[in-house]
Ligand binder design. Structure first.
Ligand code: COA
Length: 140
């Protein structure tokens, strides 16, 4: 990922989520795109001219009592570039980098109703893991 890719990434994210979050993406770039750490990954798929997808993730140690593992935080492919193997190649690439960083497990979290991303991750071999998410309202 290069700084010059940022505006295309913001546009892809806005297509998927309906929100343009410029400040958020600038801080994500600083943490993941420009870190120089193998533990922090921000990868793009491009055609040579334009960005068609991206994946972001990080190796985290001992959080939730878990031995170090790779987390995939986000993966998005431009709608017109989907179902052509781009998502698979992005996930393969980040997993290869996680292996290089020394971990042997990858995890992610997804919206219960997001059947598209669930189908994708299942197709890649991901299964329900040993952790469950919990939440509660904090009120005002
Ligand atoms: C999920 C996503 C990344 C997949 O990217 P992609 O480039 O289309 O994926 P691939 O072409 O590599 O597809 C791999 C497999 O995923 C599954 N898959 C992909 N699109 C699918 C669809 N529309 N319906 C069902 N399964 C699908 C298939 O099993 C496919 O394998 P196949 O082509 O042999 O059938 C892409 O659809 C996307 O960006 N969706 C929105 C993501 C999102 O909601 N992000 C927010 C949370 S992070």
């Amino acid at each position: 990922m290069r700084r010059g890719d940022l505006s295309q990434i913001i546009a892809i994210d806005a297509t998927v989520t309906g929100l343009e979050k410029r400040d958020y993406w600038r801080s994500i770039y600083q943490r993941y795109g420009d870190s120089g750490h193998v533990e922090r990954q921000f990868l793009v798929a491009d055609t040579g001219e334009r960005v068609v997808g991206f994946v972001i993730g990080e190796v985290r140690d001992w959080e939730f009592g878990s031995p170090p593992c790779g987390w995939v935080f986000a993966i998005d492919v431009k709608p017109e570039s989907r179902q052509a193997g781009v998502g698979t190649r992005l996930l393969d690439a980040i997993c290869a980098n996680f292996r290089r960083a020394g971990v042997r497990k990858v995890r992610t979290m997804l919206g219960r109703d997001n059947t598209l991303i669930l189908s994708f991750f299942r197709s890649q071999g991901m299964m329900a893991g040993p952790f469950i998410p919990l939440e509660m309202d904090l009120g005002t």
